[in-house]
Write a protein that binds this ligand. Structure first.
Ligand SMILES: [Zn+2]
Length: 411
């Protein structure tokens, strides 16, 4: 009995650390020493010797392909879940994420809009139409942690039970697979051991907020992908390297306050280290999803520069569709589905973004129960979990056009 208790006490910090293992990047890469390409890139930024043609453009578009690599009978990632996750990512990169209103006042002047948008690829490497999602069934447990010959990480390779990625110069590869308690990781620019390993890895439980990610507590906000995409575009953790407390170590970003180490949970009020008030609501910190709110101007500039230098062929004309067609054509492409895990009705369109749409929901007796605006998002989550189960009438209005559809809450 006593031995068991001692064992439990010894294990407790490990268990807690395990719960908080937000990111694997510092374990995978030594960002200080073994990365000459990235170090030379940083020094060229510092000395202003980068070519002048990488001035940030008005808006960049990036096609992503999502490789779902799962064991049976784990719940696969649905198109609705992928679309909803991309909406979170796009909102975060546009400085309009769900927590932006909670950002502490002192950091508001620092917020940067990255002008970077992400969509599912519509054409595969062979030129064939694709949903932008591939599905692979594997027998390998925690495949994102397993390695084979030459240190190759199994999830990135067909022959190791994973899925070989698509040409990384043309697609952002995102692998979804079991990660043994870690939320995610990403290859740092110029640092992947093999071109096939360039991209991001996210555990399905932390990919978006619905479906397989519907019950992930503190990490169910979909901001893990935002954090990892920050790494993919060259951002370090806001305090620098590792998880030790050190004020000499920095993220090499000018406008982020110097922090000694990571924050966890979601602190309140002023939190200081290294003589400054720390921005624990920055996407590159380790706080919970309910806390993560913003990138800064200089972080955004770093990501745009990285995109231009390391991934110049990702953003080509026509990779993502911004919907310019009429509302009725867009409405025809809508998919209506009920998500059991989150208790929400998910309406989504894989075809492209539409402008502003008014959403009104009525109960069967004609009472208006919800009024909202659906804007710049491929998906809309209709939460009817607080109302009575039964039939509702959804009215979508854009300009002069309107459509009405009956749905059954809970189905
Ligand atoms: Zn990280």
């Amino acid at each position: 009995m006593r031995a068991t208790l001692m064992y439990m006490l010894l294990l407790l910090p490990l268990l807690m650390a395990g719960q908080r293992n937000r990111c694997d990047v510092d374990q995978r890469f030594d960002l200080t020493k073994s990365n000459p390409v990235y170090q030379s890139f940083l020094s060229r930024i510092e000395h202003g010797t980068l070519p002048g043609n990488i001035e940030p453009r008005s808006e960049s578009y990036f096609p992503v392909v999502i490789h779902v690599v799962m064991r049976e009978p784990l719940q696969p990632v649905s198109i609705a879940q992928a679309i909803q996750q991309l909406d979170v990512l796009n909102a975060d990169f546009a400085a309009r994420g769900n927590n932006i209103g909670k950002l502490r006042d002192e950091f508001r002047p620092l917020v940067g809009d990255a002008q970077m948008k992400f969509c599912l690829a519509t054409v595969d490497p062979q030129g064939q139409p694709t949903s932008g999602i591939t599905h692979t069934t594997t027998t390998v447990q925690d495949i994102a942690l397993q390695t084979g010959e030459g240190g190759r990480i199994a999830i990135h390779w067909d022959e190791l039970g994973g899925k070989t990625g698509w040409d990384p110069t043309r697609y952002i590869n995102i692998w979804i697979g079991e990660y043994g308690g870690i939320l995610g990781s990403a290859s740092f620019p110029g640092m992947a051991n093999y071109p096939e390993e360039i991209g991001l890895v996210i555990d399905p439980k932390y990919f978006g907020s619905i479906g397989a990610a519907g019950n992930s507590g503190f990490y169910s906000g979909g901001h893990t992908l935002t954090h990892e995409m920050g790494h993919f575009f060259g951002l370090k953790h806001i305090w620098g390297q590792g998880t030790g407390e050190d004020c000499n170590d920095s993220d090499e970003i000018e406008d982020t306050p110097n922090a000694a180490g990571p924050y966890y949970d979601c602190p309140q009020g002023v939190q200081e280290s290294c003589g400054t008030s720390d921005m624990y609501q920055n996407f590159m910190d380790f706080t919970d999803d309910r806390c993560l709110a913003a990138f800064t101007h200089d972080q955004v500039m770093m990501m745009q520069t990285t995109a231009a230098v390391f991934y110049p062929d990702l953003d080509v004309e026509g990779t993502c569709t911004v919907y310019t067609d009429t509302f009725d054509r867009w409405y025809d492409q809508l998919v209506w589905s009920y998500d059991q895990a989150s208790g929400t009705y998910v309406i989504y369109n894989t075809d492209g973004w539409m402008g502003k749409i008014e959403v009104q929901v009525y109960s069967v007796d004609g009472r208006l129960v919800l009024e909202d605006v659906w804007e710049d998002q491929l998906s809309y989550l209709l939460d009817l979990s607080h109302g009575a189960a039964g039939v509702y009438v959804v009215r979508l209005v854009s300009g002069e056009e309107e459509f009405v559809r009956k749905i059954v809450s809970g189905e």
